[in-house]
Design a binder for this molecule. Structure first.
Ligand SMILES: C[S@@+](CC[C@H](N)C(=O)[O-])C[C@H]1O[C@@H](n2cnc3c(N)ncnc32)[C@H](O)[C@@H]1O
Length: 290
């Protein structure tokens, strides 16, 4: 019997993502999960408003991380429903399982969603908050997820729109580059945070994978941080492009502090009376298995 906590990712080309989300960055995401769930409060609401898990439904949460959206979907699916969170990171799933506290309507599975042998025709709904942009072969992954759905089942997921329209990342990267120097530009569509920024590319993938009623919309939303600009800047330097830049350039703690200070001044314009609210644009994709 295979060890469920050592799923094979190597055959799929997703081994590097498994390492990334299990070690350094994944450990940070696990430690910061409450703050990140707070950051994405409005994104989660946008996702759930469109995915609409219904009482009694079976749902799959892809790249579920620490399980925030899995648990939220399960609350809507009710005791008669069931939600399975799938992730490639044992580190994040450990947090998710702890949060679920053994509730019977939720299960977490360590698996590569691109190749996982889902029971065919099993799910009413596949949903994901930022968990779909990391596949080495997105066409294969979407085909696999289509087979996991019942006929008439739906897939709904959010992914980041272009970095230029997302100051959380754009300004963080600018502050990092100002301190440590330029990095090569990201390769469009390469697995990573902005891989699904091009709407036509992703709707084409969905249609190519056999989905019908393919729809996409750009959604204006906000990222929320409790506290002031300094707290938002500290968070944005812990994860995302700055931590990557610091890793790649061999940056020091002093560099991180200087970047955070620069970023705090850039984020000050997003301070409200209660918190920091950074405008953001995400792409919401939806489709149906015919
Ligand atoms: C940006 S995080 C989002 C996590 C979570 N959905 C959230 O919003 O907090 C991306 C997640 O996708 C997972 N992931 C990446 N590639 C995956 C794959 N091939 N199969 C399953 N999960 C994957 C990562 O481990 C990580 O937890």
């Amino acid at each position: 019997m295979p060890d469920p906590d050592h799923a094979p990712h190597h055959a799929s080309g997703n081994a590097a993502q498994a390492d990334f989300w299990t070690s350094g960055p994944g450990v940070k995401w696990a430690a910061l999960h409450e703050t990140l769930d707070g950051l994405f409060t409005q994104v989660t609401a946008e996702l759930l408003a469109r995915a609409r898990p219904r009482p009694g439904e079976v749902a799959l949460d892809i790249g579920c991380g620490a399980g925030d959206t899995t648990l939220a979907a399960a609350d809507r699916a009710g005791a008669e429903g069931h939600v399975e969170g799938l992730d490639i990171s044992a580190t994040l799933l450990a947090v998710a399982r702890r949060r679920a506290g053994g509730r019977p309507d939720v299960r977490f599975t360590l698996a590569d969603a691109q190749t996982h042998p889902f029971p065919a025709d099993g799910a009413d709904l596949v949903l994901s908050r930022f968990g779909m942009m990391f596949f080495s072969d997105p066409a294969m992954a979407l085909g696999n997820l289509r087979r996991a759905l019942k006929p008439g089942g739906r897939i709904v997921f959010v992914a980041w729109a272009d970095v230029a329209r997302n100051p959380w990342n754009r300004e963080a990267k600018a502050a990092g580059v100002a301190r440590l120097g330029a990095v090569p530009p990201d390769v469009p569509r390469e697995p990573g945070q902005f891989a699904f920024a091009e709407i036509d590319y992703v709707t084409g993938l969905l249609a190519g994978a056999g989905f019908a009623a393919v729809a996409a919309e750009e959604c204006d939303t906000r990222l929320r941080v409790a506290g002031r600009a300094a707290e938002a800047a500290a968070l944005a330097t812990e994860i995302g492009p700055v931590s990557r830049l610091i890793r790649e350039k061999g940056g020091t703690d002093a560099d991180r502090a200087a970047i955070a200070a620069d970023l705090a001044s850039r984020f000050r314009r997003f301070e409200t009376a209660e918190r920091v609210e950074v405008p953001a644009v995400v792409n919401v994709f939806a489709a149906v298995r015919p």
